[in-house]
Structure formats: C-alpha cells, structure tokens
Design a protein around this ligand. Structure first.
Ligand code: GTP
Length: 375
C-alpha cells in the first residue's frame, strides 16, 4: 500500500531537519547536523518502505514564497491529490511566531487555504499541525502560547468543517519529534490492529510488563502493549481532538488528556475551562512538574519509548562513526529488566519485565519463537 505524506510550512521552519532526523540514516543522527542543510528546491520526494506492506512517499515542499504560491495555484492538483497525511509545520521560534501577516496570522491564512484545497482533493487525509521549535520559546510561556495557537488552528479547521485535527508540540532537540511522527505514521499503517493484538497476546504469554515494537530504520514506535495507567502513546486517537469543540473526543483521548494533564486545575478556573485547556494541551508533552508528579505517584514517564527512539538513533549514529553496528542490548535494573533486539525483517522489539521471577533468558527465547508470527 502506498501513502503520500505532504510536509509543508514556511522556509526555515524545520521540515527538512525533521525529515533528515526521523527518516534518513546515520548521516543526520545529531540535531546539530541539520544546521548544515540548505533550502529545499521545489518539492523533494523521498520514498521509504515501512514494514512490509507500506510504502511512504514523503513530499518535502520547499517553503520559499514562490514555491508556496505555486502549490496553491498552478500545482494544486499535483500537490494535494491522494494525500494520506497533510503535515504542516509552524515555526514557534523566531519572528515567524510573531502576530501579523509576516508571522502567525499569515501562516495561519496560508494553512487554511491549503486545508480548503485538501478538503476537495483528499477529503480523507489526516490533518496534522506541528508547532515546531518549541525549545526556542520561553519555558514559562510555552504552554500558554501552545494552547492559544491550537485554539486558533481548531477554530479555522472548524470553519472549514474539518472535524479532526491533530496538533503536537515538537522540537528536534528532544523526543517530542519521535512522539509526533510515531503517531502520524501509526495512522497510516494497514492492519495495525492485528499487529497490536498479536503484541498484546505476546505480552500476556511471556508475562512481560510491557512490549514495544519499533520500526527498524526510523526507530519510530509502531505498537505497544501492557504497561500502565499512563496514556498509551501510540494509539493515534489518543491525541486526536475533534476540531469542533475538543470535548467530543474519544474515550481514549479523554483518558490521555486526564492522565497526561495533572496540574491544570486552578483555583480560579471552572471545570469547563479546565476541560477545554486539557483538550487544547493534548499534543503538548508533559512538563517537568507533571513528570515529577507521575514519578511521585509511582507511574512512568509517558514518553519513555519515544525517548528510547531518540537515544537509539543517537547510539546508532555513534556506532556508525566507529564503523560498528548496533543490534541489541539489555538492561538489568533494581526493579525491572529490559531487552531490545531485532525482531522481524523490519522491526525491533523491546520487552520490559518487572516480575523478578521472569528470567530474561526466557523472554529472549520467546522473542525468537514469536518472530514468525509477526513477519
Ligand atoms: P526550506 O527547505 O527552505 O523550506 O526550510 P526547512 O523548513 O526545510 O528548514 P530546515 O529544516 O532547513 O531548518 C532550518 C533551520 O532550523 C536549521 O538550522 C535547523 O537546524 C533549525 N531547526 C529545525 N528544527 C529545529 C528545532 O526544533 N529547534 C531549533 N532550535 N532549531 C531547529
């Protein structure tokens, strides 16, 4: 199955950087290396095989003004037809985030024009907004700016009758990039439900605490099972909010919102305000305070596997520099053991065991025996 992803946004907003970090090999394993990238000329197509049954055509659309004009004028059919996911990147750092036509308002207007065309030519496309370069925002104001921007975007989407819109705060400097892209790709994978139910069965049979499957090249999280009370990060619905009110989202989305957002109830706000704020913050990563609160309650970091995606990509880059290759590792902690290994032709698996009676060697054997089922 072929899926087209359209990656758009103004020049310099970070499109090619994220493409290079997430999808390319070791050449761009370090975010700092993206500073060497030049502007993209026109539309650059990269094709990736993802698992056995998905071919992704990723169109990185150069963001210089003349190109941007042509996408919505003479090239609209070529650009917006048969799109599986429309990913628009908003630059939250620098002057692009200032109010006014040269900044946020202009960007918002252009995005709305694109969405209008998309609704005609690819009505079923998954619409995603990445509020990118979050690291450049003052940390004290980051959450407020994010919620204001998401509100604007939902308002515009609603005007056009776009019912579902996924927004994520991202940065190349942390795991948020992998979190967003794991979810974008998750929406496109055919038969994902079968893969997930097989993994759930595997977790039960092996008495593991959690099991996660990563795609081999990108190391994006594809499926996970077992675990905790914390929001499951991969289920695409978890972060997808109805553009209409945000309140009509699915039960899993509500669970994600309430478990992720721990500290938004203020003494001044009403419950309705809090709910709206929670729904606006669904794609926002947990803050330091929220992470600490989770740990204090004995729960785990909700983005731990996306952090592993980021770490393994870095590790692989370092191994390549030494002309070594990386295949597997195991960790034996005081309260848990973890094992990461090649699984199928296109995936890695990570299994976490908290029960001291379960031997890691038994898990390894089960990984070997389970491979065939997942091929
Ligand atoms: P065009 O090809 O002209 O459309 O630009 P682009 O959107 O592809 O931008 P590009 O990826 O080339 O990134 C421009 C600059 O932004 C590079 O110097 C990146 O290192 C930097 N950059 C990308 N993402 C981030 C981020 O999350 N945070 C920060 N601080 N800088 C970033």
């Amino acid at each position: 199955m072929k899926k087209k992803i359209l990656l758009m946004g103004r020049s310099g907003c970070g499109k090619t950087s994220m493409r290079a970090l997430v999808f390319s090999s070791a050449l761009y394993s370090n975010p700092a290396s993206t500073q060497r990238l030049g502007p993209t000329t026109g539309m650059e197509l990269s094709t990736f095989r993802f698992l056995k049954n998905l071919l992704i055509n990723l169109f990185d659309c150069g963001g210089q003004q003349t190109y941007m004009d042509s996408y919505v004028e003479d090239k609209r059919e070529q650009v917006f037809k048969d799109v599986g996911a429309f990913v628009y990147v908003f630059d939250m750092g620098s002057a692009n985030n200032e109010e006014g036509e040269d900044g946020w308002q202009g960007d918002l207007r252009y995005w709305r024009d694109c969405l209008k065309i998309l609704r005609q030519l690819s009505p079923n496309a998954h619409v995603v907004c990445l509020l990118h370069k979050m690291d450049l925002l003052n940390s004290a104001r980051r959450q407020d700016i994010y919620t204001d921007r998401v509100k604007d975007l939902r308002g515009k989407a609603k005007e056009l009758g776009a019912t579902e819109l996924s927004c994520y705060g991202t940065s190349i400097w942390d795991e948020t990039l992998y979190r967003a892209w794991s979810r974008i790709i998750h929406e496109l994978i055919p038969n994902i439900a079968t893969l997930e139910s097989n993994l759930t069965e595997f977790t039960k049979i092996t008495a593991a605490t959690e099991a996660v499957i990563f795609e081999k090249t990108t190391f994006l999280v594809i499926a996970r099972s077992g675990g905790d009370t914390v929001a499951k990060s991969v289920g695409g619905a978890a972060d997808k909010a109805k553009a209409s009110t945000g309140a009509g989202s699915s039960p899993s989305s509500k669970r994600a919102a309430t478990t992720n957002r721990l500290s938004t109830v203020s003494s001044h706000g009403t419950l309705a305000d809090d709910k709206e704020r929670d729904s606006l913050l669904e794609g926002y990563p947990p803050t330091e305070a929220e992470r600490k609160a989770l740990l204090a309650r004995g729960e785990m970091h909700p983005e731990r596997f996306e952090k592993i995606s980021e770490l393994v990509k870095n590790l692989r880059g370092s191994c390549n520099k030494l002309q070594a290759s990386f295949e597997s590792f195991e960790v034996r902690g005081a309260t848990f053991s973890a094992y990461l290994d090649v699984f199928t032709e296109n995936t890695y698996i990570m299994v976490i065991v908290a029960d001291p009676r379960v031997e890691l060697s038994a898990i390894k054997l089960n990984v070997q025996l389970g491979r065939e089922r997942f091929e």
